[in-house]
Write a protein that binds this ligand. Structure first.
Ligand SMILES: Nc1nc2c(ncn2[C@@H]2O[C@H](COP(=O)(O)OP(=O)(O)OP(=O)(O)O)[C@@H](O)[C@H]2O)c(=O)[nH]1
Length: 315
């Protein structure tokens, strides 16, 4: 009988902290080692955006329109099961939504039908340095950020370019106070030495057990009431007008992403907006996408967003 288990790494962290950026790095690193990787992605919206970074030849399962920890925990077990049946893999990376509680994801991976076939190696939490330092989130969101840090085995303080060195040190200290066991690194564009993942197995399995232990304790689940709005944007938009409009979007906009055409420059652009920082990147990946935008936040109004975007496309 084959006793080989498939390694599982769970990527956690708030919306826009850099989970997909990290996943891209990890996929490249695993490929260089010749390991067979599978990816399971969960997005809050009904449109897949993050999967653009997963190469076509990498087995991928996507769970759209819901958060693993709220509504589709059972589906995660099913999708994980299909990945294991359909492919001969060494490792699976699970990218949770930014609203997910890591323990709920761990819980779904420890379903009795999966237990003998997978080993949960580590929860890796990505933190947006500026967002952590500024501490401007609502109480509920802050609590979620803390839980994501508390139950991590590895914590990457990402976007270190957005804060000064001394602030980075204070962020590290405050994170250490919450989680003394985790390995903590400050990183830029989630660039990190993932060989660590394969040399420190023992250490991580120890802290991993503590994750499982906590799993049986009761914890308050943050229901964030996040709303997602996705809408096609077939015509090119003026970049400046779009950004000005984005500032005025009604509600609490945490995250926006998608593919759009811009008036001033030909070609499709990948748009990312996380914690107030908008980024347009020319889309160069192999997968084909239709122009569409996804907005994630609290109190978003779908018709207002659609009307606003329609007007921008007419200008
Ligand atoms: N300035 C800066 N931007 C970064 C860094 N790392 C990632 N980003 C950008 O932040 C944006 C969001 O990154 P993602 O990797 O998509 O974040 P995510 O956590 O996967 O987002 P969700 O899946 O929506 O939760 C993208 O535009 C990235 O290019 C960094 O170190 N510095």
């Amino acid at each position: 009988m084959d006793n080989k288990t498939v390694d599982i790494f769970i990527l956690s962290g708030f919306l826009g902290s850099g989970k997909s950026t990290l996943l891209k790095e990890l996929i490249q690193s695993e490929k260089r080692k010749g390991r067979r990787i599978g990816v399971l992605m969960n997005e809050l919206g009904d449109v897949s955006i993050d999967s653009a970074i997963v190469p076509n030849n990498t087995p991928l399962k996507e769970m759209l329109n819901g958060c693993i920890c709220c509504s589709i925990q059972g589906e995660l077990s099913l999708q994980l099961n299909s990945l294991l049946i359909e492919h001969d893999l060494d490792v699976i990376y699970i990218e949770a939504t930014g609203a997910a509680h890591p323990l709920e994801v761990v819980d779904a991976c420890t379903h009795p039908t999966l237990a003998s076939r997978v080993t949960i190696k580590a929860v890796i939490t990505v933190v947006n340095a500026k967002q952590w330092y500024e501490n401007k989130m609502s109480i509920k969101l802050n609590k979620l950020l803390i839980e994501q840090v508390k139950y991590a085995d590895i914590i990457l303080i990402n976007k270190k370019d957005l804060v000064e060195k001394r602030i980075l040190d204070s962020i590290k200290e405050s994170i250490e106070e919450i989680n003394k066991k985790a390995v903590i690194s400050s990183v830029l564009f989630a660039k990190w030495n993932p060989s660590f993942l394969h040399t420190q197995d023992q250490q991580m399995e120890i802290s991993n057990k503590s994750v499982k232990k906590h799993n049986h304790e009761s914890h308050v689940h943050n229901h964030l009431h996040l709303r997602t709005v996705s809408t096609p944007v077939s015509k090119p938009i003026d970049r400046i007008q779009f950004l000005q409009w984005l500032e005025r979007v009604q509600g609490n906009l945490f995250r926006a992403k998608g593919f759009i055409y811009l008036k001033e420059t030909p070609g499709l652009f990948l748009f990312n907006y996380a914690y107030g920082d908008p980024v347009f990147e020319r889309y160069t990946f192999e997968k084909q996408y239709q122009p569409v935008l996804v907005f994630i936040g609290e109190g978003l109004d779908q018709s207002c967003i659609e009307q606003g975007l329609s007007k921008l496309q007419l200008k």
